[in-house]
Design a protein around this ligand. Structure first.
Ligand SMILES: C[S@@+](CC[C@H](N)C(=O)[O-])C[C@H]1O[C@@H](n2cnc3c(N)ncnc32)[C@H](O)[C@@H]1O
Length: 278
């Protein structure tokens, strides 16, 4: 399941760690609250948000750490697909001067929790084996690692491990702030309330009642429900924007919901309850 990638500057051997003897000085700015437990012989895990797609939207901190770690773990959705997060960071890896191991475990989009768990366990074991070798590992994730990210599963598993491992999260520009930039509009102003909804479900009307702006990451296949919601939005004089591939070359904006199968697609519903658009 796990593969090694290599480019001119990468080391395709999982077990090789040449030229990197002192691996614990990668980052001196630790945000952990348990430094007393830090094992100096173990590597550190970074959960790095790589932003919505445009390499220029990587943070300086992400670039610095990605240029310094020994191992990068780049999840991908299937055996047939490259890691999108890896494609975002590839241009900056050209600046690296150190050997690098990349592995790209598959994290399939499945509903079956126990099957998913087995993929997360495999990736966690591999990451732990690298940390035990004293190697610093960057787990890269789209947008921000605190927003519906695969990193959170790995993070929880490693935190539950009986051994202590130092972990640092590095925030990234999240997809929905990128989408707001795409449509050139603020998400919320003054005392407006923003809701982030992973999927339209039956309780969606509650979000319409209690929010001024709704970020919607996935629609539903339930067209009847969508039509009902569109009517409620219309009644409030609201606007719907759907942004596909925000910040990428193939970015597209639609003034409605979209039912196509684009994965990198977010809808922003602005309900215009309080602020006049004049
Ligand atoms: C599993 S969530 C990951 C969210 C990510 N951690 C973040 O902070 O944006 C995946 C969802 O993010 C949204 N998304 C990610 N990248 C996007 C992009 N470039 N344009 C539009 N939506 C995007 C889509 O709604 C997609 O279904």
């Amino acid at each position: 399941m796990i593969e090694n990638n290599s480019n001119n500057n990468t080391n395709s051997n999982n077990n090789t760690n040449t030229n990197n003897t002192n691996t614990n000085n990668t980052n001196t700015n630790s945000n952990t609250n348990n430094d007393n437990n830090t094992n100096k012989f173990k590597g550190k895990l970074f959960g790095i948000g790589v932003g919505p797609g445009d390499t220029e939207l990587l943070t300086l901190k992400a670039v610095r750490i990605l240029n310094d770690v020994d191992v990068i773990c780049a999840p991908r959705a299937s055996e047939k697909q490259d890691s999108t997060a890896l494609n975002i960071i590839k241009p900056i890896l050209k600046e690296r001067r150190k050997d690098l191991t990349i592995f790209d475990p598959v994290f399939p989009m499945l509903e079956d929790e126990s099957l998913l768990n087995s993929y997360w366990n495999d990736a966690t074991s591999l990451i732990i084996s690298k940390l035990d070798e004293g190697l610093d590992v960057a787990f890269i994730t789209l947008g921000d690692p605190s927003i519906y990210s695969t990193f959170s599963y790995i993070q929880k598993k490693i935190q539950k491990n009986q051994e202590y491992y130092e972990i640092e999260m590095v925030p990234g520009i999240t997809s929905f702030t990128s989408c707001a930039a795409s449509i050139n509009k603020p998400l919320v102003e003054k005392d407006e309330v923003l809701s982030i909804v992973p999927k339209i479900q039956d309780n969606f009307n509650g979000f319409i009642d209690n929010s001024d702006t709704i970020v919607l990451m996935k629609l539903s296949r339930n067209k009847e429900k969508i039509n009902e919601i569109k009517k409620d939005i219309d009644d409030l004089n609201g606007n719907i924007f759907t942004i596909k591939n925000s910040s990428k070359k193939n970015e597209e904006i639609i003034n409605d919901f979209s039912f196509d199968k684009t994965y990198f697609m977010t809808s922003i519903v602005k309900l215009n309850k309080k602020i006049n658009e004049d």
